[in-house]
Ligand binder design. Structure first.
Ligand code: 4AD
Ligand code: MG
Length: 463
């Protein structure tokens, strides 16, 4: 008989039908009246299937030795209406096979209620907990919703390279990729000859697929990337990863306002989709992890985002009467404490800041006529701070080239990017959403290490 997943059984399973369920034992309770209850979970949903194991089953006593928390089992039986509270149906076993045992003396999830910090040390087992199962399902829902959002609008999904020789953000935070024998070169103390490296020049892991996406936006039209992104920034915070996933739409003929409109609709749609499609998991987050999360999401769904220039934001922060750790001064980048003040305390809803000082933004952003600012935009949300960064792109060849030089970069390295301005240039815009930051916002989880399966942060890449 084929296996039915527990989510399907709990939703659609009919009494008096024969089924097979397979999964992992969460708990077992033995009744004095010679039968046992097993809470069985297969990860398809938060809830467990209650299995009733009658003492009359052949080998019952021996079975109890192995049916322990963490063991994997296959159960065949008949669904019945459950007299107990908390479930509509339960499975009355007619046979049970233990597929794999789990020694209660050593199984790390034997007891409930481990800290998130402890669970980070056992990243290979934490998906078997309620929290990490729910995070995995919500993350999946967000990914599906992202593809649906763009696919339904006719955007092409573009795969940009992971290995690259250009630094998109110009911040020098790249992981180098090399096949040179560094230990030997260090011993020889010779100058490195990059021509002898695999690509004949220094190469790195990408910090963004944007520059490559622009080549497709200016040929096939609206497009987006969705892939792994790497940053060697030494920030040990709850919002930064060395390896994260970014979604980067890029649109020809969009100016900054069109870009902001798309970003706002995008975030709203993701939130709506998860709230309607992951009802049970979201109830769990709201009850166990972050009591205000559903209210925050409802607020995002039902209100327009505030839009404010960087200059206005600086004024607001200066007049707030608030003592910040980092100074608030025109020309300085906003720190997370400033962003969170704006979105969590002042406006209490998402805020889009635009027109940032050109000196703190990358070379590709379109220069405003004031000579001081660029057409940048950042979307800030409660609990997280910056979730999206984007801009209108500089489409004027001469301005772009002088900005590359101004940023201390070599125009020769960006000849192909400049070509897009030389041949049929158009106004265009785009932005990047950090997937993990979206998962933080939507689940109310507070550490980014807990919303990606295997987090990579400074000093941590064990498995
Ligand atoms: O603001 P960023 O650096 O923008 C870009 O990379 C542009 N090329 C995007 C574009 O216009 N196509 O990064 C975009 C988003 C941030 O807002 C944040 O959500 C996420 O990527 N992000 C990180 N997420 C986790 N860990 C990190 N170290 C991150 N750095 C950026
Ligand atoms: Mg940014």
């Amino acid at each position: 008989m084929p296996v039915t997943r527990i989510a399907t059984l709990l939703k659609d399973g009919q009494p008096d039908t024969s089924v097979v369920a397979k999964g992992w034992v969460r708990t077992r309770r033995d009744s004095k009246n010679h039968f046992s209850f097993i809470e069985l979970n297969d990860g398809s949903c938060l809830r467990n299937l209650q299995v009733v194991l009658p003492g009359s089953l052949p080998g019952y006593a021996a079975m109890l030795r192995d049916v322990q928390t963490g063991a994997s089992v296959s159960v065949e039986g008949i669904l019945q209406e459950s007299p107990g509270r908390g479930q509509r149906i339960e499975l009355h076993a007619s046979s049970l096979t233990v597929l794999g045992t789990a020694d209660p003396a050593t199984f790390p999830l034997q007891k409930k209620g481990h800290s998130l910090e402890f669970l980070r040390e056992i990243a290979h087992l934490r998906p078997r907990t309620n929290t990490f199962g729910a995070v995995a399902r919500v993350r999946n829902c967000i990914s599906r919703s992202i593809h649906n959002f763009f696919q339904s609008r006719g955007f092409l999904y573009i795969n940009t390279p992971i290995i690259t020789t250009s630094d998109c953000e110009g911040a020098g935070e790249m992981f180098q990729v090399t096949t040179l024998d560094l230990a030997r070169l260090a011993l020889m103390q010779t100058q490195i000859d990059w021509k002898r490296d695999f690509f004949g020049k220094p190469a790195s892991l990408t910090v963004s697929g944007q520059l490559e996406a622009e080549t497709f936006a200016t040929s096939v039209g609206d497009c987006y990337t969705f892939g792994p992104t790497f940053r060697a920034e030494n920030s040990n915070t709850t919002r930064h990863l060395a390896e994260f996933w970014m979604i980067e739409p890029e649109m020809p003929f969009y100016e900054l306002n069109d870009n902001m409109d798309l970003a706002e609709t995008f975030i709203r749609t993701l939130v709506s989709d998860v709230v309607t499609q992951c009802d049970e998991d979201m109830q769990f987050f709201s009850e166990r992890i972050s009591p205000g999360v559903l209210q925050t999401l409802e607020n995002i769904r039902s209100h327009e985002f505030v839009r404010l220039s960087y200059t206005e934001a600086i004024g607001l922060l200066q007049q707030s009467g608030r003592q910040f750790d980092y100074p608030v001064e025109w020309g300085r980048d906003l720190q997370s404490e400033h962003e969170r003040f704006l979105t969590e305390e002042h406006f209490r809803q998402p805020v889009i800041l635009f027109d940032y000082p050109r000196a703190i933004k990358p070379f590709y952003m379109r220069c405003n006529d004031d000579g001081r600012t660029v057409r940048a935009m950042d979307v800030l949300v409660p609990g997280v701070g910056e979730i999206i960064g984007g801009s209108q792109r500089e489409e004027r060849l001469d301005v772009l080239l002088s900005r590359i030089v101004e940023c201390g970069m070599n125009p020769d390295d960006y000849w192909w990017y400049a070509d897009l301005r030389k041949y049929g240039t158009v106004p265009h815009s785009g932005f990047g959403l950090g997937l993990e930051r979206a998962v933080l916002l939507i689940t109310g989880m507070t550490n980014i290490r807990d919303v990606i399966p295997f987090p990579r942060t400074p000093g941590h890449a064990s498995f």
